[in-house]
Write a protein that binds this ligand. Sequence first.
Ligand code: IPD
Ligand code: CA
Ligand code: CA
Length: 269
Amino acid sequence: MSFASDLRQRLDLARKLIDEAGKLALAHFADLVHLRIDSKLNGQDVVSAADRGVEALIRGTLAKTFPEDGFLGEESGLADGRSGWRWTVDPIDGTSCFVHGLSSWCVSIALSDADEHTRLGLILAPVSGDLYEAVHGEGARLNGRPIKVDTQTSLETGLVGLGASHRVPAQEVASLLEMLLARGGMFVRSGSGALSIAEVAAGRLAAYYEPHINAWDCLAGLLIVREAGGFTADFPGAGRHLLTGGPVLAAAPQIAQPLNDLIASARRH
Ligand code: IPD
Ligand code: CA
Ligand code: CA
């Protein structure tokens, strides 16, 4: 079997799977009063039966069809494989929005090769039905139509998605926020890092930055942005850093440098 046909088979399954995963998540979303919710690191970091159920569905189906593939999922962790392929999955990104009945959440699936290059990225936002997809070297699509980052936008006219969590000191986010506003820019925090990154690819957001995010939150989105002509900073999510995560920056190319300068000044602040 060739690399290309291995990839194509996995793309076909990933498309079916993300659709099923979205339907299962939506069924839970329609019945939030009965959803079991547990807290993880703190009261803002939660996991629900929907997260666990959707990940079990994705992991179980992949294990049946491609038993040699590795898998990293937010809820069930890492299992190394033997084929060289690894799936990286966030069953629900934006769980906090999900459990509060807000629509900004998505399912994110990435596939990487033996060299840790992301080859496939799929992000489905079930409430809107938006499906973002990229295959390395073949461009990015939203609901089947090609998408591009917004090459006309600037820090002063575009919207910058900013992520925050209690994994980083509040001051780091606050300083950047202050500098961005002082510069005439504007921020958005939708509550789903994965979806925000995909929105950069579609030219909806000018950029997305978060001081710390995990591989399952961003690998699919980063490929989608690159394939849409955007800039992505190297993400330390490969190899031994796979489980530690790091800062993420995805941007329209002309935004990357000015935003990076602001981030650097905010860090020194
Ligand atoms: C979180 C969301 C949030 C981001 C956090 C992530 P989760 O993922 O992407 O927008 O700011 O860093 O942990 O917990 O909803 O899967
Ligand atoms: Ca996430
Ligand atoms: Ca999640």
